[in-house]
Design a protein around this ligand. Sequence first.
Ligand SMILES: O=c1[nH]c(=O)c2[nH]c(=O)[nH]c2[nH]1
Length: 295
Amino acid sequence: MPTLGQNQYGKAETRVVRVTRDGAVHHVRDLNVSVALSGDMAEVHHSGSNAAVLPTDTMKNTVFAFAREHGIASPEEFGTLLARHFVTSQPSISRARIRIEEYAWDRVPTPGEAEHSFVRAGRETRTARIAFDGEELEIFSGLTGLTVMNTTDSEFRGFVKDRYTTLPEAGDRVLATDVTAVWRHAADAPDWDAAHEAVRGHLLAAFAGTSSSSLQQTLFRMGSEVIERQPGIDEIRLSLPNKHHFLVDLEPFGMKNETADGAVYFAADRPYGLIEATVLRDGAPARIPVDTTTP
Ligand SMILES: O=c1[nH]c(=O)c2[nH]c(=O)[nH]c2[nH]1
């Protein structure tokens, strides 16, 4: 007789936009919320009884109702409210996992008092994962799609060469990546929005400020900057695709194409190097799963 293994169910990707009004000044929080619940769900799988099943449709409604009733102070806080609600209100549910992506909107500057026009800010997405099992609350914050590029101050030399190696050594190359990061707060409930902005700032500053011998070295500097400057953060995991920029061979057209002059590059789409690592405060446990940041 086969046995039922790990199982969870829920409503994925509820898109909820909460507008708050402060007179003529409006504020927007735009989330994509996924709920996954698990617990005493043997019967629905074995006999087909739905007696313990809170419909996923109800989960979607709860997301909207909570956004109206409690507002969305931050993805982390909103996810925590939802996780606690499902576990404490449903006897059959013992664990809730909430995943949130937040899309940022910038203001369109407008003359006069009204501030209700917004423009979507790039491809960057803020992320949060909240898990609650009735006792322990685990919150991971993060971001994805933060695309950055250094047009110099990057080299890659002295690497292993075997019979298949064709890569030339690079003393001055373009370094570009789409940052995916997930971090863990040691203490509960900081000012989530301020912490997010600070981490983002440290990541950018370290990327720009590192004279790079490899993307691995840059990654470690970026993670270290966050750990060193944010006392409340104990662990950060980074996943950095190396978005290769290759010098185009323009010799056939009688043209030189050299980095030192300002050059033309072919921005390759795939394959890409993928550099991933966790950076920890000394002695802190590693709790962010390896696959959390993998595309
Ligand atoms: O920064 C880099 N790290 C690597 O490990 C690597 N491998 C490679 O082909 N190019 C690069 N660049």
